[in-house]
Design a protein. Structure first.
Length: 448
């Protein structure tokens, strides 16, 4: 088969009259351009089912390794948070844990992305898991001997942040080389579902282990990261493309330039930033549980679990029924539903309606996440996926951190309910505005 016939544009390309290099405004193009995809060979084989995907050895090892890492991260969030508060009794120090862990992501975004594109990705992931396991061992030992202090925990948290800054974009860039051709969207849904399971059960496991003995929680983290590192070694991905040294594509800032030239990717990443920035209500859940719904700590736990449950159920649906048409429009619709569900939650005085709206919110967010992740990965050349992914994860982490700050600030100024309503309205407004600003993204027809 001729080489040209073995390639196709995964996302609807511009009209045939728009030739390569022609002076055409990005906003006028239907979708991601052929330049973004012309070097991405795609198999003509049909996508595999969810069951067949789980029998794919490379993906199964990837899924297990990623799940173990996610479990360890969730256990760490509980154990480190509880221990630092137990030692200091300071809410400020508790907040500083998140900032210390986020700082390496901001500081190392370009270095981490370049490493994911320059070196063998599974080895980068293994090295990160080894560093994380060593940090867990350090925390377990000093906790066992009663020598742990506030500074020790902050140093360990910073090291975990460094490892995570490299591991997250590298893992994301590794998945397209593992998933069977034509099945990235389904693989993303299954992987997201496994992450949701860890998000739901990981904190409970961490709390149970810490209740038995504080060092036991760190020992479980150590075990999971070691097992994850071993499983990562069994992954056999397809060959990784590497940019030639000294070229523009090898530049450490090439990912930023590529995003600026790609309206669909720029629109996708910025949509996530602003939608989460305005629409997040997680920081307000304690206020709703105690003062509005009168549900107490048990109700707070139910409220926090509801989005993850909705997300898990939606990943099960997407794993069996991939979105094949109007994916750009579906992404915007999902963000709008996310905003509307936020408004319903904000106005609700009934526990059942609040839980339901949060579950719908989680399900809508999952649709958006799966489409966004698949679109960014498929529209990015393999030799640049690490750097583009690093910028993407910086935006995601920044939106989560800043979103909690924005929610707290507006709640302090206007009250919890007006703040949550305003967040939902702003999310819907952002989605509608982005549909106008990025028409090429709205008109994306299919991913694979």
């Amino acid at each position: 088969m001729p080489e040209a016939s073995r390639r196709r544009v995964l996302l609807t390309s511009r009209p045939a009259s728009a030739t390569r290099g022609a002076s055409i405004s990005w906003a006028d193009q239907p979708s991601v351009t052929e330049e973004a995809m012309s070097n991405q060979p795609v198999s003509v084989s049909p996508p595999v089912s969810a069951g067949e995907l789980l029998r794919h050895r490379a993906f199964l090892f990837f899924l297990l390794s990623r799940s173990l890492s996610r479990f360890s991260s969730q256990i760490a969030a509980v154990a480190i948070g509880w221990q630092i508060y137990d030692l200091t009794g300071s809410a400020f120090d508790l907040g500083m844990v998140g900032l210390v862990q986020f700082a390496p992501t901001a500081l190392l975004v370009f270095v981490a992305g370049h490493a994911a594109d320059r070196f063998e990705r599974k080895r980068v992931v293994q090295l990160c898991q080894l560093v994380e396991a060593a940090t867990a061992l350090y925390l377990a030992v000093i906790t066992w001997f009663g020598a742990v202090g506030e500074v020790h925990i902050f140093v360990a948290t910073f090291v975990l942040g460094i490892a995570g800054a490299f591991e997250s974009p590298t893992t994301a860039a590794l998945l397209p080389l593992i998933a069977p051709q034509g099945s990235l969207q389904r693989a993303t849904a299954v992987s997201s579902g496994a992450a949701q399971v860890a998000t739901i059960t990981g904190p409970a496991l961490g709390g149970f282990a810490y209740a038995i003995a504080p060092h036991l929680a760190y020992a479980v983290m150590l075990l999971f990261w070691i097992l994850g590192m071993i499983l990562t070694g069994f992954i056999q991905p397809r060959p990784q493309a590497v940019a030639k040294e000294g070229t523009d594509e090898d530049n450490i800032f090439a990912g930023v330039r590529f995003i600026r030239r790609s309206p669909a990717i720029l629109g996708t990443i910025s949509l996530d930033l602003f939608a989460v920035l305005f629409g997040g209500v997680t920081a307000l859940l304690p206020i709703y549980a105690r003062d509005i719904l009168q549900a107490g700590p048990v109700g707070l736990g139910v409220l926090r679990a509801a989005p993850a449950v909705g997300a898990l159920l939606m990943t099960m649906v997407l794993a069996r029924h991939a979105i094949t048409r109007h994916v750009g429009l579906r992404m915007f619709q999902a963000v709008i539903v996310f905003g509307i569900a936020t408004i319903v939650f904000a106005l609700s005085h009934w526990m059942w309606l609040s839980v339901l709206s949060l579950a719908v919110l989680g399900a809508a967010d999952t649709i958006s996440v799966v489409i966004r992740f698949s679109l960014v990965q498929l529209a990015t050349p393999d030799e640049m996926r690490g750097r583009v992914g690093a910028v993407n994860f910086l935006f995601i982490n920044a939106s989560n951190q800043l979103g909690q700050f924005e929610s707290g600030l507006t709640a302090a100024l206007f009250g919890a309910m007006p703040a949550a309503v305003l967040g939902g309205v702003c999310t819907v407004a952002v989605a509608l505005l982005w549909m106008k600003l990025f028409p090429s993204l709205r008109r994306v027809e299919s991913l694979e």
